[in-house]
Design a protein around this ligand. Sequence first.
Ligand code: BDR
Ligand code: CA
Length: 303
Amino acid sequence: MKAIIDTDPGVDDAMAIFYAASCPEIELIGLTSVYGNIPVEMGTRNALHLVEMLDRPIPVAQGLPKPLRGRHWEPVHWIHGEQGFGALPAPAPKGRAVDSPAVDFLIDQAKRHKGELVVFPIGPLTNIAAAIERDPEFAKNVARIVIMGGVVHARGNVTPFAEANIYNDPDAAQIVFNSGAEILLVGLDVTDRTSVTKENFAALARRAPKFGGFLAAISDFYIDVYLGRGAKGCSLHDPATVIAALRPELFRIEEGDVEVGLDGEKLGQTVLKPRNGQKTRVCVAADYDRVVEVFLDGIATLG
Ligand code: BDR
Ligand code: CA
């Protein structure tokens, strides 16, 4: 499968990118950055650093800096750290982003690999919605969009109703859910019930010193946020998208139309309604322990 990860890296974004790179089924043909956890320029720099760690010629295209319709957005440095990689200092990548902006890059790659490209948005859906608005064929050209975002039966993480990626740009989310694209949604119903502890990461660092060691280092600060809320470890939000795409048998999936709350206290809410034309598949439960194991085993193969 050819894949592009649209990302705001971000601690769990780094986990997803490395996990995808560990999967022989996936050919990672690009990363597109977006604002979200951090400002977009920081996300581009962090994405370049991850690609250089992988030592693969994966292009990085810089995406949009703010929500589509001018809504307010703030970075969450208190969760992902000042520079997006926990307490680690800003990386200094040698390479630079490609000249093509993320939206053009997404449109071009979807045309070139019509019916083959899976896009994994693991930040706000701004770049994806902009691609859909600019190119009416984009939603048909992509094989699938596998999104980390939303929550349909459980509680949100920004408000009681909303998950961060959807909350940051609900207008974009609505455009994506109404686009006719084949969509798989992996939200907090699943991801908030996965948990990786500091001990898990320490063991991973012993198995895979370079990649596991890096993830252990950046997650330390991130896991402290979870420990402060009474959890034992951090959630595997973003990597769960890649696992759901490759291992659907580990997930329970419901289908329907997803409607997005666009104002008031329900801003960013994702409601799963009986199917009425559109079809979104939503992961609502999983074999959580297996998801964690599959993730750790995948990273371990990277070394
Ligand atoms: C999502 O929001 C971001 O903070 C994470 O990287 C993840 O994509 C979880 O709600
Ligand atoms: Ca993310």
